[in-house]
Design a protein around this ligand. Structure first.
Ligand code: ZN
Length: 194
């Protein structure tokens, strides 16, 4: 399948890989501050987020996951047709289908900040997100499949919500057991370091 061409919102490169912040750290569980300065500091943060996302083999990453309290996320994720989409959104706002257009997909979901664990999580099978790009101009992304899940998961992070908050007690326990069983693979500092 053909890979989608990168558009003008190509992800910034040259960043530094940071350790992944984990669930339980306060920065993960409160709404992030909106981005107001579209400057070199923001570009540098975005580049670090991209580097950390790829180092961790993730499909999306929000600033709180490298310990930064700002409402911005990056993603590089396929939709249900296997087309890869890359993007960056500051101050994201989700728009989800309602009524008869709303269909739930309960595919498995995981989070780089609770690594090694995956359980089903019901979410709408389509999502649209609007916000601002690195230069402060409006951006919009929409899609299906894993991309729809990713856009929702990452916007949740900017609102201080982790997907564990959306699970039943039973599934949360299952998720914790998996995470604990995989903990040696993801030591403190992962994915930074040697
Ligand atoms: Zn996550």
């Amino acid at each position: 399948m053909m890979r989608a061409m990168s558009d003008a919102a190509a992800l910034p490169d040259g960043g530094t890989v940071h350790p992944m912040t984990r669930w339980g750290d306060p920065v993960m569980h409160r709404p992030a501050r909106p981005v107001t300065e579209f400057d070199d500091t923001l570009r540098s943060l975005a580049a670090d987020m991209v580097a950390t996302m790829y180092a961790a083999e993730g499909v999306g990453l929000a600033a709180c996951q490298i310990g930064v309290d700002l409402a911005i996320f990056v993603f590089d994720c396929a939709d249900e047709d296997g087309v890869e989409h890359q993007g960056l959104v500051c101050n994201p706002v989700l728009d989800l289908p309602e009524g008869k257009d709303r269909r739930l997909d309960d595919s498995e979901e995981g989070c780089l900040s609770y690594p090694g664990a995956f359980v089903p999580c019901a979410r709408p099978d389509y999502a649209r997100v609007t916000g601002l790009g690195l230069d402060g101009s409006p951006v919009e992304y929409a899609g299906t499949g894993m991309l729809a899940r990713c856009l929702q998961h990452e916007t949740d992070h900017t609102n201080g919500t982790v997907f564990g908050d959306r699970l039943s007690t039973r599934l949360r326990k299952k998720l914790r057991k998996q995470m604990e069983a995989e903990a040696e693979i993801y030591p403190d500092g992962w994915p930074a370091g040697d």
